[in-house]
Write a new protein. Structure first.
Length: 392
């Protein structure tokens, strides 16, 4: 399914947030022209070398795109970029605060020239406001959003293991652009989208925010366990393997007591009858549950939990995820994408099924420069001259 075929996105992007948004658009068929610095490109290309010499971050968020190297600080490069934007449906950027405006690529100026253009800025904190000019990286935004205050153990805070603020902002940019394209289809007019990493992350913090509403005590940092639902977290079986277990309601709790703990009388115990009770007495209840797990191997525990049934899961390593039977065999979600270092596995876009997904190459730096500029009418001699001058 490629409903965005025919849509052109010019992306002045770097790192994760904007590239993640534009990759979602590219996965659905949009033509994404990724504008990069001549010589070095998107700095995420150099984050690491874990994918056959390529950056894991870059490979993740840049398939299905065209790479154009262009120095838009040079007047010739800026003019070429403006010509590309004039023919685009979407202009997406996440440069440092104010950089696009200083280059003459601010939303007000672009939309005045092209009323049908959808302009999407991704920044740390949005504009206006006292934080508008602050640089923002994922961990810093996780901190400002309060995510670190509810993540980790009672003794130590912890960042999320993925760049969650970048991903949140990228997904809201993606969904907002889809909405803007639908709106433009009705009105013929584009719009301006101002996506803030802070606002995207705080939106995902809705439960702890409301839990601590009006001066209430916030949920504690509970490690790998749920902060306010119990039992919901890891338990170690007698063979040393960990089983993640989740009891979500009173019906499941009654089944868990009878079918797994073999102690049905605990279901109505005044310390454990409701989730609030269990959460308040989680230390003593945790000791009872841990003792039962210690009597069983992980396989035996899972079999009993499945029979109740009570939801449970393996605690997989990343190596095990690559071979996850639900992804690879049952659902056929693992494909391959070409890269400058050869083909690598990649997960198909979540959602669409049936038709083969778009799984095209992760581009080499500047791989499409000549083709893109040729599409603007430049001759090979023109492009050669720009190359010599370092403009492309």
């Amino acid at each position: 399914m490629q409903p965005l075929r025919g849509v052109t996105v010019v992306a002045l992007e770097q790192a994760i947030a904007a590239p993640y948004a534009s990759r979602q658009l590219a996965d659905l068929g949009a033509r994404v022209i990724k504008v990069e610095r001549p010589g070095t490109g998107d700095f995420a290309r150099a984050y690491d070398t874990r994918v056959r010499g390529l950056s894991s971050h870059f490979v993740w968020v840049n398939r299905n795109k065209e790479s154009l190297t262009l120095d838009f600080k040079d007047p010739r490069g800026l003019e070429l970029l403006r010509r590309l934007i004039a023919d685009a449906d979407v202009f997406l950027q996440n440069l440092a605060p104010g950089a696009a405006e200083r280059a003459g690529l601010g939303a007000r100026e672009l939309r005045a020239a092209h009323p049908e253009l959808i302009v999407c800025d991704i920044s740390g904190y949005g504009t206006p406001g006292p934080y508008a000019d602050r640089k923002a990286y994922d961990l810093l935004v996780q901190s400002e959003a309060g995510l670190l205050s509810v993540t980790g153990t009672p003794d130590d805070m912890a960042k999320a293991g993925i760049p969650v603020s970048d991903v949140a902002a990228g997904m809201y940019a993606y969904s907002s652009i889809l909405g803007a394209l639908l709106e433009r289809g009705r009105t013929g007019r584009g719009t301006y989208l101002d996506v803030s990493m802070l606002e995207a992350t705080v939106e995902w913090l809705g439960f702890p925010l409301y839990y601590s509403f009006d001066g209430g005590r916030p949920p504690p940092r509970a490690g790998a366990s749920h902060a306010t639902i119990y039992p919901y977290g890891p338990f170690t079986a007698g063979d040393g393997k960990v089983v993640m277990t989740a009891v979500q309601n009173e019906r499941e709790w009654q089944g868990f007591c009878a079918g797994f703990l073999d102690r049905p009388e605990l279901a109505g115990h005044p310390h454990y009858a409701t989730n609030a009770d269990r959460n308040a007495h989680r230390e003593e209840l945790g000791g009872l549950i841990a003792a039962r797990f210690a009597e069983l191997t992980a396989a035996e525990a899972v079999a009993l939990l499945d029979a109740v049934p009570v939801a449970n899961a393996r605690v997989n390593t990343l190596a095990e995820v690559w071979d996850h039977p639900q992804l690879a065999a049952a659902r056929g979600r693992l494909h391959e994408v070409p890269t400058p270092a050869g083909p690598v596995p990649a997960l198909a876009p979540p959602g669409p099924t049936g038709d083969a997904p778009r799984m095209e190459a992760v581009p080499a730096l500047g791989e499409h420069t000549r083709a893109v500029l040729g599409g603007l009418g430049l001759s090979e001699e023109d492009i050669d001259a720009l190359t010599v001058d370092g403009v492309v």
